[in-house]
Write a protein that binds this ligand. Structure first.
Ligand SMILES: Cc1ncc(COP(=O)(O)O)c(C=O)c1O
Length: 402
């Protein structure tokens, strides 16, 4: 079980094989009737991929599954070595194994941290539009919800610095989504530095959600916020996981990097109090295999995702000019600006479901600045995106003709 996982040369098939996920208790596929009112919409919503996980992960899981006992499981040393090796190789971030805290998920962790590190009424600042569990975090924990809307520009979303600083003055925690879901920004060093300096100045703790950090497209580069300086690192709890990168979200295994020993102990105490200390046997196996041997697969994946993004963005620009879309710097999510269609949010959602037969996430679920937008997941075989684009174009032409 503890053998080192071999790196094998893989030629993943992202394009021709379409894997039927229906009936696998997949949220993306099997919750369609409840969410969209129809089991037939093409599912381009929940942020997982319709691609098989790397062969190195599949074979490690098969091997572990062959042992017939799945009892309580500890996080073994190779789990931590795999994580620190990954962070060093992929993100030039050299952290000690003692800084890693194993977690059952990024969203549970951020809720636990918000509850443990703040008091009722304390402010939690987020940048909207943002991933719904981040947007809902303060409300869930009965804290003061502070939102600093990102500004939409022709060049991409940007921070409204005056607004950000004024809200930060009332905050105990700032939750940064880096790279940002849904707007696809990879924050530049100068932007990260300015956000972090303001947090230091206002004595604000940073929860940095870096779950999309491995899915960044050249020439952009992800810089872990905590890597900027020891002073900044001491104020960060960084959350990360192989879930998005290797399509293993259903294994519920993630981790925090917490270099500050005091913050780390408080996080561990909170996990203890909630009984969240034992690991998922398959999640541990998958994370270790992916981080040790999954890099060649990831390089292929990034090429495929980029090709899909280029296809969809070009198609929309050429054939569906009433929708505006920018190329994301990271993530497999496209943020479609549908404001020119002149539909309110409920009508826009119904239009996508009923007229285009496509199931996307509504922009409004990411906060008020998401009004008029829809989020499209492009992590599926290109042939499906071709069908989706045709359906959308035809539906828009019908709408325009009315
Ligand atoms: C920014 C962000 N954070 C966290 C998650 C989910 O993390 P987890 O499944 O570990 O709770 C997602 C999933 O879409 C996400 O986009």
């Amino acid at each position: 079980m503890t053998d080192r996982i071999e790196t094998t040369i893989e030629t993943p098939d992202f394009d021709t094989t379409s894997i039927d996920r229906s009936g696998t208790a997949s949220v993306k596929y099997d919750v369609r009737t409840a969410v969209f009112g129809s089991p037939d919409v093409m599912p381009l919503w929940v942020a997982d991929m319709d691609f098989a996980a790397p062969e190195c992960v599949q074979s490690a899981l098969r091997k572990r599954a062959a042992h017939p006992i799945y009892g309580y499981t500890m996080y073994p040393p190779e789990f931590f070595t795999a994580i620190t090796g990954w962070l060093a190789r992929r993100h030039d971030w050299h952290v000690g194994q003692e800084s890693i805290v194993a977690l059952p998920g990024v969203v549970p962790a951020m809720n636990l941290i918000a509850a443990a590190f703040t008091e009722p009424g304390d402010g939690i600042l987020v940048q909207t539009p943002v991933y719904p569990p981040i947007h809902q975090l303060a409300g869930n924990q009965h804290r003061l919800a502070l939102e600093s809307p990102l500004i939409w520009t022709e060049q991409g979303y940007a921070v409204d610095w005056a607004d950000f600083e004024s809200k930060l003055g009332q905050a105990r925690i700032f939750v940064l989504c880096a790279p940002h879901n849904p707007v696809g920004r990879v924050w530049r060093r100068d932007e990260l530095q300015r956000m972090a300096d303001l947090c230091v100045q206002h004595d604000v703790l940073m929860i940095v959600d870096e779950i999309h950090a491995d899915l960044v497209y050249s020439p952009h580069r992800h810089i872990p916020m905590a890597r900027l300086s020891p002073e900044i690192g001491a104020r960060c709890i960084t959350l990360h996981a192989p879930s998005k990168t290797f399509n293993v979200a259903g294994l519920n295994t993630s981790f925090a990097v917490v270099e500050n020993a005091d913050l780390r102990q408080r996080l561990k105490d909170a996990l203890n109090r909630s009984g969240l200390t034992s690991g998922n046997v398959f999640g541990i196996t998958a994370l270790t295999a992916a981080y040790e041997a999954g890099e060649p697969w990831l390089e292929q994946l990034l090429k495929q995702l980029q090709a899909n993004i280029v296809y969809v963005v070009d198609y929309i620009e050429q054939h569906i000019p009433s929708i505006c879309v920018q190329r994301p710097e990271s993530t497999f999510l496209l943020w479609l600006d549908c404001r020119a269609l002149g539909l309110d949010d409920a009508m826009l959602n119904r239009f996508f479901i009923d007229e285009a037969e496509l199931g996307l996430n509504t922009g409004i679920s990411f906060g008020a600045p998401g009004s008029g937008f829809m989020r499209l997941n492009i992590a599926c075989p290109l042939s499906q995106l071709e069908t989706a684009m045709t359906k959308l174009q035809v539906a828009i032409e019908r709408l325009d003709a009315r």
